[in-house]
Ligand binder design. Structure first.
Ligand code: FES
Length: 127
């Protein structure tokens, strides 16, 4: 029921852990299942996401989707990262069971929350 890609990202997650020099951190949760996802981004002066990592306290699909999301936004601009949809993450994983689609929504929201936090920090820095 899970694709090879999902199993691969679940058993061998990419970019897992905290990013010490992150300048954007987002945390989101799903009230129903109680899962929590944290996304860390390091954006350079050109607005490019140089580095990204995640920490997920949640189900296997949440771990796989957050891992894939980090791969999809690494090297992209923050604007491009904001365009990342949960369906793009699911597509990159070659599918998720319908009951697990909400886990991919968490990944999309975590990326958006990290970018928002980065922009807030940027605003504070220039005041
Ligand atoms: Fe809630 Fe997967 S079961 S994020």
């Amino acid at each position: 029921m899970y694709t090879e890609k999902v199993l691969d990202h679940f058993s061998n997650p990419r970019n897992m852990g905290e990013l010490e020099d992150a300048n954007g951190v987002g945390m989101v949760g799903n009230a129903k299942c109680g899962d929590i996802m944290q996304m860390f981004i390091k954006v350079n002066d050109d607005g490019i996401i140089e580095d990204v990592s995640f920490k997920t306290f949640g189900c296997g699909a949440a771990i796989a989707t957050s891992s894939m999301a980090t791969e999809l936004i690494k090297g992209k601009t923050v604007d491009e990262a904001l365009q990342l949809s949960n369906s793009a993450v699911v597509e990159a994983l070659e599918g998720l069971p319908p009951a697990k689609l909400h886990c991919s929504v968490l990944a999309e929201e975590a990326v958006k929350a990290a970018v928002e936090n980065y922009r807030e920090n940027l605003g504070k820095a220039t005041v």
